[in-house]
Design a protein around this ligand. Structure first.
Ligand SMILES: Nc1ncnc2c1ncn2[C@@H]1O[C@H](COP(=O)(O)OP(=O)(O)O)[C@@H](O)[C@H]1O
Ligand SMILES: [Mg+2]
Length: 172
């Protein structure tokens, strides 16, 4: 059984087929990338996987469970997360407070949320900027970017849909 599977995903916007029959499988531990020219349907595919909108047809199967059409928060709680090309942090809060707020989707106490947030910040190499305002923290990342990459990262517990935008954070 594939850990994460997309089967014949289709999305129509009116008469336009933005995604037309996309299928792929991701094994546990595999890093899987999707590349293609602007407008070929990458973001639309990620939007369907993460529940921004439902597919016109097709299935998304995570650990044997069909998740297509579920609300984004349910998909997130199941363990399928995503990032966005244009990030919208709470700019006047610190990097640590932003990540702590997100950690409450996994844990329920402030103490646990802090521990989890510090761990994730460390994993991302952001410890040196954890106390600066998120706005500044985001700029640090944007300056250091140099290519566009969209990938599905799978580990034992979760699927992360990561869109990393290097060079130009506003490329679609
Ligand atoms: N919400 C939307 N409404 C109408 N058309 C859309 C919408 N989102 C994307 N599209 C169209 O769908 C196609 C695929 O877009 P997109 O998934 O953003 O491509 P990519 O991310 O690969 O650049 C494009 O023709 C785009 O204009
Ligand atoms: Mg895109």
């Amino acid at each position: 059984m594939a850990y994460f599977k997309v089967e014949k995903l289709v999305k129509y916007f009116g008469g336009l087929a933005a995604v037309n029959g996309v299928s792929f499988e991701v094994r546990k531990g595999e890093i899987f990338g999707i590349i293609g020219p602007n407008g070929c349907g990458k973001t639309t595919t990620f939007n369907m996987i993460s529940g921004v909108f439902p597919p016109t047809s097709g299935r998304v199967i995570y650990q044997g469970q069909e998740i297509q059409g579920m609300k984004p928060h349910r998909i997130s709680h199941l363990g399928v997360g995503r990032t966005f090309q244009v990030v919208k942090p709470l700019g006047r809060m610190s990097v640590l407070d932003n990540v702590t707020a997100a950690a409450f989707s996994r844990v329920s106490s402030m103490r646990e949320a802090r521990v989890l947030a510090l761990e994730k910040i460390d994993f991302c190499g952001l410890t040196p900027v954890k106390d600066v305002l998120a706005k500044a923290g985001v700029n640090v990342q944007m300056i250091s970017t140099s290519e566009i990459k969209i990938s599905v990262v799978v580990d034992a517990n979760y699927v992360e849909l990561a869109q990393r935008v290097l060079h130009d954070a506003f490329i679609g």
